[in-house]
Design a protein around this ligand. Structure first.
Ligand code: IVH
Length: 668
C-alpha cells in the first residue's frame, strides 16, 4: 500500500471508529459488535504504525493510551476553576433565592443539574480538536492530564458539526460508574493490591497514573456541565449544553430548567430519593441561573460564583437489623468489632457488614443486640454504624458486650493509653496475627513472594511456618505435602522465596510489619540506617532525627527490636541470606535481557498484575505494545486472552508465551 492509499483508508477507519465510539459511549446505542470494533481499531493502529506521517493526536487510536511514563506538567487555567457555595437545607436555598431576586429584576430561569461526585476537568478544544485536559488543581493551575483523558471514550477527541467556536473550553466531571469501580476493586483484591475507598478516589487515582495504557483499561466516564469561550451559540447555559451534546459531548439527560423555587425543590427531592438508581455517585444537586447576562450581573465572590449554588445531600443512610457482632484480629493484634447485618441496599450496593470501630463507639451509640441500626457509607471501604433507632428496640435486648479476651487465642486484651482500639498482646502465638504478618511479608509491595493467602494459612496450620523467618527454611518436599501442591508449583514457590532474598533492605523493613512503618517511612529509615545491624542499635533520638519519623514511630521501631523474639526473626533471616544492607536507595532490579524486544500482554495472570509485567519488561529494556502487529516479538498470554489477538498472532507467526516462560526468559 502506498502512503496516499493508506491515508484514505486511515481516514475512513477513523471516521467509522469515531462514530461507533460516540454511539457506544455517549448514546449507549452501539451499531457494531465489540469484535468488529476491535478489528477496525487494530487495522487503524497497524496502518498508523506503518505510515507514521499520518499521525493525528485526535485519532481514535490514541484512546488505547501509551506505555510511556509521563510526568504531569502544571498548566494555568484560562478561566479559574471555581468551586460552589454549599447549602444543606431548603431554608438555606431559599436564602440564596431571596438574595438573587434582590439583585435581578423580573423573572429568570434556573437550571438544575446533578452534582457528580468525581474529579473536575477542563477540556480545551482548538478548531474542534481536543488539545488539552487539565485537572482543577488549586483552581488557578492544575495538572495536564491530556494523555490520560484521551483514553476516556466519552470525551470527544474531535467535535462533530461545525457551529463550535474556534477556541472552546468544556468543564465537566470525570467519574467512575459504581459497577466499574466494584469490578476494579475485586480485581485489585485478587491481586493483593490496595483497594480504592470509593469511586471518586478511584477516578482521581486513575487520572494520576503515569501510564495512559493502564488508564485506558479503567472504566472512566466524563459528563460535561459547562461550556466557555468566545462566540458561543447562545448566551444561555442550558441551550449551550444541549448544543454541546450535538457536538459529541456527554451531557446529562437529567438536567432541567425550573421556573420557580418550588420546581427546584421537586428536582432535589426526586434525586435525593432516586440517587441510588443512577449508575454513578452524586452528592447533591447544582442550581444555576440560566442566563449568562445574569452571571455577568451577579458576578463572583473570591472563590464562588453568585449565580450558582449546590445543595448537598446528607450522607446516605439505611436502617437495618443487627444480627450479630464479630471481633476481628488484625496482623498488629488490633481488634475491630464488625456488625453482621440483615442485608440492606445502600447507595447502590448491598451492605451485609459494617464497622463498629471500637468499644467506646459501641457505648457512645448505645448499640444493643437485635437493634435496628443506621448504616452510612463514609469515605471508607467498609460502611459504618452511626447509631441505633431506640424506638424499635426489642424487649429484653442488652447492650452489645465487648470482649475481654482475644477471640482467636483467648489471651486477655490490652489497650494502649490514648488509643481507641483494644489489641491482643500474644503476638507470637495468636494465629490470625501470625498469618496476617506472613501475608503482609509476602505481599507484592513487601517481599513480593508469590504465595496465595490460602497457602500461607495452610503453612501456619500445618506448623511449617511460625514466623516469617521460617519461610526461608521451607523445602520443596514440605510444600508437596500441602493440598493442591505438585512438584512444579512447589518448586515455583521455593524459587520465588529464594528470589525475595535479593529484595532491597527497605522492602524487608517494610515487610516486617512494624507498627506505623509504612512504605515511605521504611524507605526513609532504610536510607538513614543502611543495615539492619545499624538500625537495631539506633536509639530514639537518632531515629527521631530521620525525616518523617516522629516519636510514635521511633518508639515503635525501638520497641520492635527490643523484643527478643523479633531479634530472633532477624537472626533467622540473616542466616538464610536475606539482604539486610543497602549500598544506596532502592533502584529497580533493572537489566538488559529484553533490550529491543517488543511485547504484547493479553489476558489476566496468576503471578503478576498486568502493570507488574509491563514494568518488568520496561525495566529490562523491552517495550510494551498494545496491539498485535508484525513488529511484535512475543505475546505473553494469560487467562481469557482476547480471541482476535490470538488469531492475529497465529497469522503473523508471533510466539505466544506463558507467564512462566516469560520468567524463564528473564532468568536464562
Ligand atoms: S459547576 C463555578 N456543575 O463541584 C461553578 N460543578 O464545588 C463550577 N460538580 O469542582 C462548577 N457536578 O467538579 C458544576 N453539575 C455540576 C457539577 C459540578 C459536580 C463539581 C465540580 C466542581 C465542584 C464545585
Amino acid at each position: 500500500m502506498d502512503s496516499g492509499t493508506a491515508r484514505e483508508r486511515i481516514l475512513i477507519l477513523r471516521k467509522r471508529l469515531e462514530e461507533h465510539n460516540y454511539r457506544y459511549y455517549v448514546l449507549a446505542d452501539p451499531l457494531v459488535s465489540d469484535f468488529e470494533y476491535d478489528r477496525l481499531m487494530e487495522e487503524l493502529i497497524g496502518l498508523e504504525r506503518e505510515f507514521p506521517e499520518h499521525f493525528d493526536p485526535a485519532s481514535p487510536s490514541q484512546r488505547v493510551g501509551s506505555d510511556i511514563s509521563r510526568e504531569f506538567t502544571q498548566v494555568r487555567h484560562r478561566y479559574p476553576m471555581l468551586s460552589l457555595g454549599n447549602t444543606y437545607s431548603p431554608e438555606e436555598l431559599a436564602e440564596f433565592d431571596r438574595r438573587t431576586r434582590k439583585s435581578v429584576e423580573g423573572e429568570f430561569e434556573y437550571v438544575c443539574e446533578l452534582k457528580y461526585d468525581g474529579v473536575a476537568i477542563s477540556l480545551t478544544y482548538e478548531e474542534g480538536v481536543l488539545t488539552r485536559a487539565v485537572t482543577r488543581g488549586d483552581g488557578e493551575q492544575g495538572d495536564d492530564v491530556t494523555f490520560n483523558v484521551r483514553t476516556i471514550r466519552s470525551v470527544p477527541l474531535r467535535l462533530k458539526g461545525e457551529s463550535y467556536p474556534s477556541l472552546l473550553e468544556a468543564r465537566g466531571e470525570i467519574l467512575m460508574p459504581r459497577r466499574g469501580f466494584e469490578k476494579l476493586n475485586e480485581e485489585r483484591e485478587q491481586k493483593g493490591e490496595n483497594l480504592f475507598a470509593n469511586p471518586r478516589n478511584a477516578a482521581a487515582g486513575t487520572l494520576k497514573i503515569q501510564n495512559s495504557s493502564v488508564v485506558a483499561g479503567r472504566p472512566l466516564d466524563c459528563i460535561v456541565f459547562g461550556i466557555m469561550g468566545e462566540g458561543l451559540p447562545f448566551d444561555l447555559h442550558y441551550e449551550n449544553l444541549v448544543r454541546a451534546g450535538e457536538w459529541g459531548f456527554k451531557v446529562s439527560e437529567h438536567t432541567r430548567k425550573c421556573n420557580s423555587l418550588k420546581e427546584v425543590y421537586n428536582f432535589i427531592d426526586h434525586w435525593e430519593k432516586n440517587r441510588s438508581k443512577l449508575p454513578f455517585d452524586i452528592d447533591g444537586v447544582v442550581i444555576k441561573l440560566n442566563d449568562f447576562k445574569l452571571h455577568r450581573l451577579l458576578g463572583y465572590t473570591a472563590k464562588t460564583p453568585r449565580w450558582a449554588i449546590s445543595y448537598k445531600f446528607p450522607a446516605e443512610r439505611a436502617a437495618t437489623k443487627l444480627l450479630s457482632v464479630d471481633f476481628q484480629v488484625g496482623r498488629t493484634g488490633a481488634i475491630t468489632p464488625v456488625a453482621n447485618l440483615e442485608p440492606v441496599s445502600l447507595a447502590g450496593t448491598t451492605v451485609r457488614r459494617a464497622s463498629l470501630h471500637n468499644e467506646e463507639q459501641i457505648r457512645l451509640h448505645d448499640i444493643h443486640t437485635e437493634d435496628t441500626v443506621y448504616v452510612e457509607k463514609g469515605g471508607d471501604i467498609i460502611p459504618k454504624i452511626v447509631g441505633a433507632d431506640t424506638s424499635k428496640r426489642v424487649d429484653g435486648s442488652r447492650p452489645v458486650e465487648y470482649i475481654r479476651n482475644c477471640p482467636a487465642c483467648g489471651t486477655a486484651l490490652a489497650r494502649v493509653p490514648g488509643e481507641a482500639k483494644h489489641y491482643c498482646p500474644a503476638q507470637n502465638t495468636c494465629p490470625p496475627q501470625i498469618l496476617g504478618r506472613i501475608e503482609h511479608f509476602v505481599s507484592r509491595r513487601a517481599m513480593n513472594i508469590n504465595m496465595a493467602g490460602a497457602t500461607a494459612k495452610l503453612l501456619v496450620e500445618q506448623g511449617l511456618v511460625a514466623d516469617v523467618g521460617d519461610l526461608y527454611s521451607l523445602k520443596t518436599e514440605d510444600l508437596m505435602q500441602l493440598e493442591r501442591f505438585a512438584l512444579r508449583s512447589s518448586q515455583n514457590l521455593i524459587k520465588s522465596i529464594e528470589q525475595s532474598k535479593k529484595a532491597h533492605w527497605s522492602r524487608l523493613l517494610y515487610a516486617l510489619g512494624i507498627r506505623f512503618v509504612g512504605e515511605t517511612v521504611a524507605r526513609k529509615v532504610a536510607e538513614a540506617f543502611p543495615s539492619a545491624g545499624r538500625l537495631m542499635d539506633a536509639g530514639m533520638d537518632e531515629l527521631h532525627a530521620v525525616d518523617e519519623v516522629g516519636e510514635k514511630i521511633a518508639a515503635s521501631v525501638t520497641g520492635y527490636f527490643s523484643v527478643e523474639s523479633n531479634r530472633n526473626i532477624i537472626d533467622k533471616l540473616r542466616r538464610s541470606g536475606v539482604t539486610m544492607e543497602a549500598d544506596g536507595p532502592e533502584v529497580d532490579n533493572a537489566g538488559d535481557k529484553l533490550t529491543g524486544k517488543k511485547f504484547v500482554i493479553s489476558g489476566t495472570f496468576l503471578r503478576h498484575s498486568r502493570e507488574g509485567l509491563k514494568a518488568i519488561i520496561e525495566r529490562n529494556g523491552g517495550k510494551n505494545i498494545s496491539a498485535v502487529s508484525p513488529n511484535v516479538d512475543f505475546i505473553i498470554a494469560g487467562d481469557n486472552m482476547g480471541p482476535s489477538k490470538l488469531q492475529k498472532a497465529k497469522e503473523l507467526n508471533i510466539p505466544v508465551i506463558s507467564e512462566e516462560q516469560f520468567e524463564d526468559m528473564l532468568e536464562s
